[in-house]
Unconditional design. Structure first.
Length: 134
């Protein structure tokens, strides 16, 4: 399984997502059904079969972040980017994902952009951070 996940991650790194043509090729290489590969891809929330924005924003929507103001952050980001959950801006600069607990409850509310973590956020801080990305 690890070899398969690594192969999928490599494809995603190269293309920014996992295109159908690569799924077909990998299925042949690994002697698997395409449906099996789609099953694996859909299990892992960070593997994508659709193109995403250059920067992926993840905002936690779970309880601890919610108790610390994440709803106002989500609303501000949605209004600022003019996109909803799982959507990508027209300029392909951002994809927004409203996600479950990121495991950083001690510094809630939390947002990540790509691999960077932003903690103890306010709506204003979140917008300022987002605007600093190309
Ligand atoms: S509830 Fe948001 S990081 Fe855990």
């Amino acid at each position: 399984m690890r070899i398969l996940i690594n192969a999928l991650a490599e494809i995603q790194k190269e293309f920014g997502y996992i295109p159908e043509s690569e799924i077909k090729r990998l299925a042949i290489d690994m002697n698997m059904q395409k449906a099996q590969l789609y099953g694996v891809i859909s299990f892992y929330s960070r593997l994508y079969t659709e193109k995403k924005g250059r920067n992926i924003i993840r905002i936690c929507k779970s309880v601890t972040c919610g108790m610390n103001g994440s709803q106002s952050i989500r609303e501000a980001v949605i209004a600022h980017l003019k996109i909803g959950d799982s959507m990508t801006t027209e300029d392909e600069r951002f994809t927004l994902e409203l996600v479950e607990c990121l495991g950083l409850c001690n510094v809630a509310p939390v947002m990540t952009i790509n691999d960077a973590v932003y903690e103890n956020l306010t709506a204003e801080k979140a917008i300022e951070i987002i605007d600093s990305f190309d």
